[in-house]
Unconditional design. Structure first.
Length: 133
């Protein structure tokens, strides 16, 4: 090995231990997914007779962010087990064409309903605290 003519000077800057910004990725909202599972109404059709696993709907995510990843939680819809499997097997675009609805529009309506119910719950909890119940 060859020796350096000038030795390296020690760096005075500390090595950053954490990221300056958090990693980018899809937004997660576990409260919304729980809201969808409790809803037990398949978003595809009102007359759906599909099976719900353990009394809960499946929260089906829409378009993926990349290979092997899910989209943001606010784009998820409640589906029964059969429709969830069908959505995965035929793809999102074909699924929308088959059942004649827009995924993002339906997801936005469900997410708005979730936000309204969450705000109502927070207001009622605040009122109970103020009354001392």
């Amino acid at each position: 090995m060859t020796r350096r003519r000038m030795p390296l000077k020690p760096s005075r800057k500390p090595i950053p231990r954490k990221r300056a910004k958090p990693r980018r990725g899809p937004l997660r909202d576990p409260g919304y997914l729980a809201f969808l599972r409790e809803e037990c109404a398949c978003a595809v059709a009102s007359g759906c007779t599909g099976r719900f696993s353990a009394g809960h709907c499946d929260a089906a995510h829409g378009r993926a962010n990349g290979r092997g990843s899910k989209g943001p939680d606010k784009e998820a819809l409640p589906l029964c087990r059969e429709h969830h499997r069908e959505q995965h097997s035929i793809g999102l675009r074909a699924f929308q064409e088959t059942y004649g609805f827009e995924w993002l529009r339906e997801a936005a309506a469900h997410y708005t309903a979730y936000q309204i119910s969450r705000e109502a719950y927070q207001v009622s909890a605040r009122d109970k605290l103020q009354k001392g119940v």
